[in-house]
Design a protein around this ligand. Structure first.
Ligand SMILES: Nc1ncnc2c1ncn2[C@@H]1O[C@H](COP(=O)(O)OP(=O)(O)O)[C@@H](O)[C@H]1O
Ligand SMILES: [Mg+2]
Ligand SMILES: [Zn+2]
Length: 361
């Protein structure tokens, strides 16, 4: 018995990717089908990094094709991250496919902790990732990624990113004395950040995670208008006051035309490190309710847990300190949802149009 192209497609139209909830045919993930008698080889091309998912996806596809009468089945699961559209009037950076802003209405809610673990989780799933620490007044990524030293410049104009746990990183913290108080005014801050973004030689990034300065004032607004962002992730704690600030953050991004990829609730329940009992110190369910109110995706929630603070503040964020632990699993799931949300955004078409040259002769 031999199998046909149509038979292969019919079989795969019934296999749903549990990450996107779409079947592989309608999501156009099936590529390069090759049939030889009853043997089938094909690629499954995903729009999001999925190292931890590839095995299960391959098995599901093999099972479906065997069920449809195929003999030997060879499935190659690959990821192709595309560039997606940014705010009108801005250009996608040539070496950075997608910029993801991680923001919160106020400081201390765990924005930097979320940003670094999100970046590491995307990298762990196989993506090429950078992290830009845009918190000029309180840079924390050098400490969180355990990276120090000064970036080198090979051309006296731009600087090489430093590396921490496989992620490229740039931070004002590498350029200034951490004990020197920052007395810069708004426009200088914006200029410094623009330089950090554009003068760092990012190496072919799928995602650049930006740890935004906290708040929704002029600096944040200007950044949201100037940095070409694919989408924003909002971090909040569950209590009312933080949620109020987070709502302001959502409004700000909507105003400048940046899609919100979703909401992360941080410090949602406290797990006692002695006895493991669970306490809702900052209340419960606030992030979920806010997501529902604004019709945003709820990406996940992190417990308030001593190990998260200890690991992240000592240069070994949880995703690398305990990569197979429960908390890392939550960060990886959030990262997957973020990457899938990015993949669902409109594609960047600017690169598709040829430059028009007007000649006067
Ligand atoms: N889920 C959590 N559990 C325990 N500690 C946390 C958690 N999230 C963040 N922290 C800690 O809280 C402090 C503030 O977090 P940080 O990420 O620096 O906040 P922000 O960037 O919003 O100001 C840090 O010491 C961090 O390690
Ligand atoms: Mg911070
Ligand atoms: Zn206890």
């Amino acid at each position: 018995m031999s199998i046909t192209q149509e038979g292969v497609k019919a079989a795969l139209a019934a296999v749903v990717d549990p990450n996107t909830n779409k079947d592989f045919v309608s999501s156009k993930a099936v590529k390069n089908i090759q049939i030889d008698g009853d043997n089938v080889a094909l690629d499954i091309e995903l729009g999001y990094p999925a190292k931890s998912q590839a095995g299960a996806i391959r098995n599901a596809v093999v099972d479906a094709l065997r069920g449809a009468g195929a003999g030997n089945v060879s499935v190659n699961v690959v990821t192709k991250v595309l560039s997606h559209a940014v705010q009108r009037g801005l250009k996608v950076m040539p070496n950075v496919k997608n910029i993801i802003a991680v923001a919160s209405g106020k400081g201390g809610v765990g924005k930097s902790t979320t940003a670094v673990n999100l970046a590491l989780a995307l990298a762990a799933e196989g993506a090429s990732v950078g992290l830009l620490d845009a918190d000029i007044y309180g840079p924390s990524q050098p400490m969180m990624l355990g990276v120090s030293g000064r970036p080198v410049s090979l051309d006296n104009k731009s600087m090489e990113p430093l590396q921490g746990h496989g992620v490229q990183v740039s931070s004002i913290g590498f350029l200034i004395d951490p004990d020197e108080p920052m007395v810069w005014r708004g426009p200088m801050v914006v200029q410094a950040l623009h330089q950090l973004l554009e003068q760092t030689n990012w190496k072919n990034l799928d995602y650049l995670v930006v740890d935004m300065p906290p708040g929704t004032g002029d600096i944040q607004l200007t950044l949201a208008q100037k940095v070409p962002v694919t989408g924003a992730v909002i971090v909040t704690t569950p209590q009312d006051i933080a949620l109020l600030d987070a709502r302001k953050g959502v409004k700000m991004f909507e105003k400048v035309g940046i899609p919100i990829l979703g909401v992360v609730e941080n410090m949602s329940t406290h797990v006692c490190s002695n006895c493991g009992h669970v306490e809702e110190i900052f209340g419960a369910g606030g992030g979920e309710k806010m997501s529902a109110d604004f019709k945003l995706e709820f990406l996940g929630k992190l417990p308030l847990q001593l190990s998260i603070r200890e690991q992240t503040d000592s240069g070994m964020p949880t995703v690398v300190a305990e990569p197979d632990g429960k908390v890392a699993g939550i960060y990886k799931e959030i990262a997957r949802k973020v990457a899938i949300k990015v993949a669902e955004q409109a594609k960047d078409m600017t690169a598709k149009f040829p430059t028009i040259v007007v000649k006067n002769d």
